[in-house]
Ligand binder design. Structure first.
Ligand code: IMP
Ligand code: MG
Length: 180
């Protein structure tokens, strides 16, 4: 097997592009219905959520703002370090706004739990989580209200998700085949 960085032969498709597009459109409708009034802030956790968020907001039919934060917990490994570092903090105030934290995938929930703790100190009118994928390992302080798919307990890449910064550009979500 080739060891080349980002080798596509190492990826087995799990959720195809059409299935993802359908589900993202549904999530957009759910979000539109859930927030009939108030200011809505879609807060994407970079980098993993960039494609999901871009597709999602185009299916939300009410006014909203988009912001980002950058947190990281993985580095070059496939398991969470438990240490979340905030590299970029949203400049927009959260106070009085309905904030939806948009994540690519929830695994252990460590990243999310610490982000939720932090964001709650900023007095949003409400705080909900929207994740494209959710693995079943998570022990969460705040149950995500909007979830795209239950994910298998495999290492997934594509549609924003990376392994060592590779594979984010794939239009589908796939499982990374282990080195033989
Ligand atoms: P957690 O803290 O274990 O819940 O991990 C959450 C973060 O780790 C996500 O936002 C992703 O950036 C990354 N992550 C977790 N599982 C995967 C995966 O299967 N593929 C790619 N990134 C993942
Ligand atoms: Mg990542």
């Amino acid at each position: 097997m080739s060891e080349a960085l980002g080798d596509l032969s190492r990826v087995r498709e799990v959720f195809d592009a059409e299935t993802i597009a359908r589900r993202v459109a549904e999530l957009g409708e759910e979000l539109s219905a859930h927030y009939p009034t108030g200011e809505l802030l879609m807060l994407g956790a970079l980098k993993g959520s960039f494609i999901f968020l871009a597709d999602l907001v185009r299916h939300i039919s009410r006014p909203l703002e988009v912001e980002f934060l950058v947190a990281s917990s993985y580095g070059r490994s496939k398991t969470s370090s438990g240490q979340v570092r905030l590299h970029y903090d949203p400049a927009t105030p959260l106070v009085g706004r309905h904030v939806v934290l948009v994540e690519d995938i929830i695994d252990s929930g460590r990243t999310l739990n610490s982000l939720v703790r932090l964001l709650e100190t900023r007095d949003p009118a409400s705080l909900e989580i929207c994740a494209l994928l959710r693995k079943r390992n998570a022990a969460l302080t705040l149950e995500p209200r909007f979830v795209g798919f239950d994910a298998p307990d495999e290492f997934l890449v594509g549609y924003g998700l990376d392994y060592d910064q590779q594979y984010r550009h794939l239009g589908f979500v796939g499982s990374l085949i282990e080195d033989q």
